[in-house]
Design a protein around this ligand. Sequence first.
Ligand code: HEC
Length: 450
Amino acid sequence: MEFLDKLVIPQPDYNLNLLNYFLILGLTIFLAYSGVLFGSMTLSVYFRNKSKKATDNNAKLSRDYADLITDNWIYSFGLGIVPLLSIIFIYTQLLHKQPVAIVTYLTIAFLFYLISLLLVHKYKKSLHLSLLFSALKNKVGESDEVSAEIESLNNSTNTTKGMTGTWSVVLLFISMWIFVGAVTFAMNPDSWVFGNSLTVLFSGASILKFLQFITAALAFTAISFVFRNLYWDAERKHYTEEYVEYAKNFNLWLALVTGLILPIFIVASLFIIPKTSLNPQIFAAVLLSLLLLLVILQQIYLVLKGNKNSFIRYAFYSFIVVFFLMAFIDKAAFSVGNRAHVLVLDQEYKVHKEEFLASLGIEAAPIDGAEIYTGRCAACHRDEDSPLAPAHKNIMQKYLDQADPLTALVQFIQNPTPVNPQWSPMPNQGLTPQEAQAVAEYMLEKYSTK
Ligand code: HEC
C-alpha cells in the first residue's frame, strides 16, 4: 500500500515498542467486538430461517441476536472501524520496508468489513420492520386496500431481510478470515519468502487461527447474550418465561460446547508459532487463558444448573481477558519475529532526525569517534582479551590487511556476524552509519601504528 507507506513517521525503537502495546489493545477490542458481531449475525440469520412466523421464539431470538451489539452506529465505529484502522496503521509502521504485503491484506479485509457493517445495520432495521408489518397485517381487515399495500411492503422488506442478512454474514466471514490470516502470516517471517495470498487464507496456521476465532466468537456471543438480555437488561425486556428458558438453554449450551473446544485451539496455536519466537511469556499467557476458561465454564454451568443468572457476569468479564490473552500471544509471537527489523527502523529514525535538524539549520552535535568508543565499546572491549570480548589490538590486523579497512570495519560494526566461537556473537550496537564511520576511523587511527 504505497499511500499508507507515506504516512509512516520514522520512530525510535522505544516508540515502536510502545506501538506493540497498542497493537494488543487494538486486537483485543477488535476481535472481541467483531467476534460478537459475527456470532450474533450468524445466529440471527440461522434462527430467522428456522422461524415460521414473525412472533415465534425463533423469530424473537433472531431479533435479539441482531440487536445484541448494534444499538447504535457509534459501537460499530468505535469498537470495529477505529480499532481496525489503528491496527492497519500500526502494522504499516512496524513492517515499513519489509518485503511482505500484510498491510494490503488487512486493507482488503477492512473493505469487506465496511460493506458488511452497512448490511448489518440494514438487516437489523428490516427485521424490526417485518415484525411491524406482520402486526399491522393482523390489525387491518382482509379486504382493505391498505392490506394490499402492507402485503407488498412486507414482501419487499422480507427480501431485503434475506439478502442483507445472508450477505452481511458472508462478507464478515471473508473479512475476518483475511484479517486473521494476515495477522497469523505476520507472525512467521520465514514464510514471507514463499508466502502469498493463498498462504494467508489456506495455510494450516491460518485455518487453525481462524477456527480459534470462530469458536471464541460463538462462545462470547452466547455469553454476551445471556449477560445482556437475561441479566443486565433483564428488567426492561418483558420476556415470557417460556422464551427466557428457550434462549437461556440454547445460549448456555452453545457457550459450554464452544468453551470446551476453545482450549484445544489455544494449545494448538503454540505449535504454529516459530520455535525461535516462543518465550516464557507466551507459555504463561496460554496457561492463564486455560485457567480462565475453566473458571468461565464453571460459571456457565452454575447459571445453567443453579439458575443464578448473575454469575454470567464473571464469565463475561473473564472472556474479555481471554481475548486479551489471545491477542497478547499473537502480538508476542509477531514482535519477537520482527525485533531485528525494529532496530533497522530505529536507525532510519536516527538518520531522519539528523536530516530534519540539519534542515532547520541546527547542526547535530559533532560525532566523536573516541567518545562513542569509550562509551559504547570499551564496556566489552578491554585492553586485553576478556571473557566478554577480544581486545581490539588482537583482531585489528585482519582489517588493516584488507584493501579497504574502513569499509570492512564499518560493515562489521553495523552488522556484526559471529567470528570466533571463543566468544558469543557481538550484539548489534545500533549505531547510525555516521557513528559507525566515526568509531571505525578512530579505531584505525589508534591501531594502525601498532
Ligand atoms: C556487549 C559486548 C560488546 C560491545 C558493547 C561491543 N562489542 Fe565488539 N565484540 C564483542 C564480542 C563478544 C566480539 C567477538 C565476536 C566473535 O568473535 O564472534 C566482538 C568483536 C568485535 C570486533 C572484531 C570482529 C572480528 O572480525 O573478529 C570488532 C571490530 C568489534 N567487536 C568492534 C566493536 C565496536 C566498534 C564496538 C562499539 C561500537 C563494540 N565492538 C562493542 C562484544 C561487544
